[in-house]
Design a protein around this ligand. Structure first.
Ligand SMILES: [Zn+2]
Length: 167
């Protein structure tokens, strides 16, 4: 009686030692590698994997990019507007490429270049006024002081024609 008990005791012990760790190992393995990842619902209502919502994260990043671009544009505009303070004549409100071209002409005239180098001509009805083509549609009106001209205004071809007396 005593011996039988001992024997069964030993066999249950061997089961405990042999099978249980094996079963544990299998379960752990399944958890880490073979169980499908489960979608969860985030606070925002979207469903997805991971710790935070990738959809909202992407939207947030896109929004930040837009805001960054807007503020860069705004800063560029402010910097551009600040440059008008340095102009000899008011060039505000003109298309950018006209402003750039007008500035290069003004710089040239200031540097004692002749208005003729820029295709400028005296007006027929007023010999003291010189008109320099800035672009196809814009003219720079300058006053002629004999040895030099002083820029007065940049105007569109239309305004220029309206301004012209007798037309
Ligand atoms: Zn979301």
């Amino acid at each position: 009686m005593h011996q039988i008990l001992k024997l069964s005791d030993r066999s249950s012990k061997s089961i405990a030692l042999g099978l249980t760790p094996l079963r544990d190992a299998t379960r752990n393995k399944g958890c880490e590698c073979f169980m499908p990842r489960r979608k969860r619902t985030f606070a925002c209502g979207h469903k997805g994997y991971g710790r935070k919502c990738h959809r909202c994260e992407q939207e947030r990043m896109a929004q930040e990019k837009v805001e960054r671009e807007i503020s860069q544009k705004k800063q560029k505009k402010q910097e551009w507007e600040a440059t008008f303070c340095d102009d000899l004549i008011d060039l505000k409100g003109l298309p950018d490429y006209v402003v750039v071209k007008a500035r290069s002409i003004i710089a040239g005239l200031t540097d004692n270049k002749s208005y003729r180098e820029y295709g400028g001509k005296r007006l027929r009805h007023n010999r003291f006024i010189v008109s320099i083509p800035v672009t196809r549609n814009y003219r720079m009106i300058c006053e002629d002081y004999g040895s030099y001209v002083v820029p007065q205004k940049v105007m569109s071809h239309e305004d220029y024609n309206v301004c012209k007396p007798g037309s």
